[in-house]
Design a protein around this ligand. Structure first.
Ligand code: JCQ
Length: 253
């Protein structure tokens, strides 16, 4: 991000909503109409701050909020096309509804948890969007190896040494057989995504060559089951060790 800003490809400016207040206490929040606990971000300072930016057409005004639409790689790509992004960082119970209705073009959430303010979510959005700007990542142009570029999680990666404390790199990766390596990696992507992200797996549309690999996996799985039942050692746990928070626990199926 530092280099991106120094290169002039990205400019990040923070604005203080208090600079757009007029009362003695410079308050950006107030009590909610209708009563109840907590405070609400006043609309005046937010509208004044955004209007002072004199935005070009196509700019986006994005509210950071747990009520927003889940922020995804696809949204990052869409936002990266805008001439300017304004990220509204709320605190307290949130924004006056008129900000949502008459100022914001988007409302995004970076996850199902509540933070004290929208600043950290805004940094997440800035980082995800900035790296899509040509010349910001070392890796020019498209990002075909990114997680999510095809809707699947990435395969495992290894580097030297081939044996680290007795934990070895899969033989196929040392084989020099590039077709086998590509197939292994694709299978590992399938395996991880099925196991850890059933939502992504359900939305995944396999290509023709993906279907071949999946068929191959299916055949191997049924012969493995046959061998297992021959030896009467196929507890459900052995065949499905996936119900765990342990990221390394996806089954070999
Ligand atoms: C963003 N996931 C969590 C905190 C209220 C809109 O009002 C509020 C905004 C915040 C900050 O954002 C988050 C968040 N994505 O907490 C409280």
């Amino acid at each position: 991000m530092k280099r991106a800003q120094e290169s002039g490809k990205v400019e990040v400016v923070a604005h203080d909503l208090r600079d757009f207040t007029t009362d003695k206490h410079r308050s950006t929040d107030d009590t909610p109409y209708g009563g109840g606990a907590g405070m609400v971000m006043r609309p005046g300072p937010i509208f004044d701050a955004v209007e002072a930016l004199d935005l070009e057409p196509g700019s986006r005004v994005v509210m950071m909020s747990p009520q927003g639409k889940p922020f995804t790689q696809a949204i990052a790509g869409e936002l990266s096309a805008a001439p300017r992004l304004v990220l509204l960082c709320g605190h307290y119970e949130g924004f006056d509804e008129r900000v949502r209705e008459h100022l914001a073009t988007d409302e995004v959430s970076v996850g199902d948890y509540v933070l004290t303010g929208g600043e950290l979510p805004a940094l997440v959005v800035i980082d995800a969007v900035a790296r899509l700007i040509p010349g910001v990542l070392g890796n020019e142009g498209s990002h075909p190896n990114d997680s999510f570029s095809d809707g699947l999680l990435e395969h495992p990666h290894y580097t030297r040494p081939p044996d680290f404390r007795g934990w070895t790199v899969p033989d196929v990766l040392l084989s020099g057989n590039h077709a086998e390596i590509a197939k292994w990696r694709r299978k590992e992507q399938f395996r991880r995504t099925q196991s850890r992200r059933p939502d992504l797996w359900a939305a995944f549309v396999p290509s023709k060559s993906d279907l071949k690999i999946l068929d191959d996996k299916k055949a191997k799985r049924s012969s493995k089951r046959e061998r297992a039942s021959d030896e009467t050692r196929s507890s459900p746990e052995e065949l499905n060790q996936e119900n765990t928070l342990d990221a390394s626990a996806d089954s070999g199926n």
